[in-house]
Design a protein around this ligand. Structure first.
Ligand code: F6P
Ligand code: MG
Length: 425
């Protein structure tokens, strides 16, 4: 396993970081290459032979990337994009630490995995014919389309609850958003099957899968005092069902009056397969507004109105697609840090956000969440995460052994969740 308190890395045999580097990520690259192959017909229709040439060029470089990864070669710098400085910074740090350019199995898991996704985009976008291409688009769209009727059910049930400020209703939305995180495609790609996310009516039976639950404190925080013009930030994760669950939560926070403004932070690049970009959000809203399912059409129109009125806003920042842990945000992207700090609460969705919050270290499971965040506290921080990586903090004494006796793979299947709050200091 990993040494205590150290950053997770592919060099530790038998760990999920090693499995990710040896098996999961090569599969993701193969999948991307397949997608590009099947894009050929479309591109040829538009651009003739040049289209095929562009694809061939990208595919060749992507195959090389896969080969270099699997054979532990040197990692090559990111050399195009607005974030070169940030990426170079990490490369420089490794160089001075190792005495040479970093190799895949030497670096932290956080670095090699983020780097891979970022490099893929660089490779693809170098080809001008592919500059808008999103290799995950079809998967993301399909996952939303497939869950339309599930979303309909959820929306009908929750709409019935109304908009009054009520702790039970608040918890239903929190749970929806938490379990919405199960439905992420980067897991689906490499697992035999993945269960769809839970329905809200099941939630009481799901309580045992929540290993740390600060929902009570979050409720108190939001209802205790009510400052004027209250903003709540949601740092989004996956599109598809999870995005729907987060938008439901966001809309309820506004209708209930618990928030006056919602800031939705999304990615600037296609990321970790299913993460939401602005385009994904726009596309999702279009699907809702044009849907024949009344409750979803109404929801879509309501969201569009919120955005038009400025009650909700979508914010992008390239920091989210770097490999930095969040304790570095204040130094690396001070503008983003101060943007988050205008919110009363910042909700961080999902596994990768969690890993970045706690610096992707092998903490003792009972370490305090607040300690693992180090100095990162732009405001009150809430993590809603299902466990898909072998690290976690803030667990009560017996929680880990209980979970492990339920399933030996309790940390990596998205089966267990945590809901953890660290108050502003
Ligand atoms: O691969 C690393 C990881 O943290 C996984 O464990 C999971 O497959 C993925 O990233 C994304 O999870 P999420 O969408 O919840 O951030
Ligand atoms: Mg994700």
């Amino acid at each position: 396993g990993y040494p205590v308190n150290k950053r997770l890395s592919g060099k530790y045999n038998g760990t999920f970081a090693a499995v990710t580097l040896k098996e999961r990520l090569p599969k993701v690259l193969t999948q991307i290459i397949d997608c590009l192959h099947s894009y050929n017909t479309t591109l040829v229709e538009k651009h003739g032979k040049e289209g095929t040439e562009a694809l061939k060029a990208s595919i060749a470089i992507l195959s090389e990337l896969k080969y270099r990864m699997q054979t532990n070669k040197e990692m090559q710098h990111i050399s195009t994009g607005p974030d070169i400085k940030e990426w170079n910074g990490v490369f420089e740090d490794y160089k001075s630490k190792l005495g040479h350019e970093p190799h895949w199995f030497e670096v932290s898991w956080l670095f090699f995995e983020c780097y891979m996704y970022r490099k893929v985009i660089e490779i693809i976008r170098t080809e001008s014919l592919l500059s808008q291409y999103d290799p995950f688009k079809d998967q993301k769209e399909e996952s939303l389309t497939k869950s339309m009727s599930q979303m309909e059910n959820v929306a009908i049930q929750l709409m019935k609850q109304g908009s009054k400020v009520d702790q039970e209703i608040f918890n239903k939305y929190l749970m929806l958003s938490l379990w919405g995180n199960k439905a992420d495609l980067s897991m689906a790609a490499t697992m035999d099957s993945y269960e769809m996310t839970h329905e809200p009516e099941q939630e009481s039976s799901l309580q045992k899968y929540i290993l740390a639950d600060d929902s009570e404190s979050v409720w108190i925080l939001l209802t205790n005092e009510r400052e004027e013009n209250r903003e709540i930030a949601i740092v989004l994760d996956n599109s598809g069902f999870e995005l729907f669950s987060d938008l439901m939560f966001a809309e309820w926070l506004l209708t209930s009056g618990l928030a006056d403004h919602i800031s939705l932070y999304c990615k600037t690049y296609p990321w970790f397969i299913s993460d939401a970009t602005r385009r994904d959000i726009d596309w999702t809203l279009e699907q809702f507004t044009s849907s024949s399912i009344k409750v979803l059409a109404d929801f879509g129109n309501q969201l569009s109105k919120r955005l038009a009125e400025g009650k909700m806003s979508i914010k992008e920042h390239h920091f989210w697609t770097t490999s930095y842990e969040y304790s570095a945000m204040k130094t690396v992207s001070p503008d983003l840090y101060s943007s988050l700090s205008t919110a009363k609460l910042a909700v961080f969705k999902g596994d990768l956000n969690y890993r970045k919050l706690v610096a992707d270290r092998n903490w003792v499971y009972t370490e305090r969440f607040a300690t693992a965040l180090q100095s990162f506290r732009p405001t009150n921080v809430l993590a809603l995460r299902t466990l898909k990586a072998d690290l976690v903090v803030g667990l009560p004494e017996d929680a880990a052994s209980r979970a492990a006796s339920c399933d030996p793979d309790w940390m990596i299947k998205g089966m267990f969740g945590v809901l953890q709050l660290a108050v502003a200091i």
